[in-house]
Design a protein around this ligand. Structure first.
Ligand code: ADP
Length: 253
């Protein structure tokens, strides 16, 4: 049943992916075909048309490379992780990623439960979220990362928004940036959807975060207000085992 579920999730992701990519490839092929037809009609300005074709081919190559990177997602290697420890270890990396104009504040609730996740992939996801926060804060601002335990009971309003009741640890990444207009928020998880300039965004950060969190048995939620900021909250299922694997045990004090 689990294999079937994974398969259906995969198919859903592929369906979403192919929609956007097919559209982009279609545009590229259209440009090539139009330029070739014009060249066949007359031989004036052939060089310019060849340059247009070359440009379109380059775009196609880049798109194919992104697709391959997306398809080559690594399998998960979950372990029992103490998130406070994981985040504290990422401290230097995160500060470097955001630069001097952005302050990072960390709030960790006491007696945090352990979670069962692939720590390396979670690190990638968190790094992506923090980079998104930085990109939304031109001229600087604050990122707040909050770790807390969360019990979602069946009567919780969140349970109606598709969150499975149970015990989770939440990681909330908040920024004081531009926020997202409703149309961006609606599409933010789509693979290859980006509002960033060419070469800056791939549009894969949030879609990979979504895939990772779903595969880990958790949830991801967006809250955003234009002109005020954005909060991305990740729910990761509590690990049944209480002792974290050695690499992610809390430092004794
Ligand atoms: P990318 O960062 O490469 O554009 P993502 O999938 O990570 O790809 O994000 C998709 C889009 O969602 C971004 O281009 C941006 O418009 C929006 N977005 C993501 N995170 C934030 C944020 N913290 N604040 C404002 N907008 C955001």
């Amino acid at each position: 049943a689990r294999a079937a579920l994974l398969r259906s999730q995969k198919l859903e992701a592929v369906g979403k992916l192919t929609g956007g990519v097919a559209h982009d490839f279609n545009n590229i092929l259209h440009i090539i075909s139009a330029n070739v037809q014009l060249m066949l009609r007359s031989d004036d300005n052939g060089r310019k048309r060849l340059l247009n074709i070359l440009d379109a081919v380059e775009r196609g190559k880049k798109l194919a490379a992104q697709l391959l990177a997306f398809a080559r997602r690594q399998p998960l290697h979950p372990s029992v992780v103490n998130l406070a420890q994981l985040i504290e270890r990422m401290d230097t990396l995160l500060h470097r990623a955001v630069g001097d104009s952005v302050a990072i504040r960390l709030t960790i609730a006491p007696d945090l439960w352990n979670v069962l996740v692939d720590p390396n992939q979670l690190e990638n996801v968190l790094l992506n979220l923090v980079i998104n926060a930085r990109d939304a804060m031109e001229g600087g601002g604050n990122v707040t990362i909050t770790l807390a335990n969360a019990t979602i009971d069946p009567a919780d309003p969140l349970a109606y928004s598709g969150i499975r009741p149970g015990e989770f640890v939440t990681i909330a990444v908040s920024d004081t940036g531009s926020g997202m207009p409703p149309d961006v928020m609606e599409r933010a998880f789509e693979p290859f959807f980006t509002t960033k300039p060419e070469g800056k965004g791939t549009g894969l950060g949030l879609s990979m975060a979504h895939g990772f969190v779903k595969q880990s048995g958790g949830h991801i939620r967006l809250a955003s207000r234009e002109g005020e900021g954005t909060t991305v909250t990740i729910y990761l299922p509590r690990a049944l085992q209480d002792t974290p694997d050695p690499a992610f045990a809390p430092v004794p004090h």
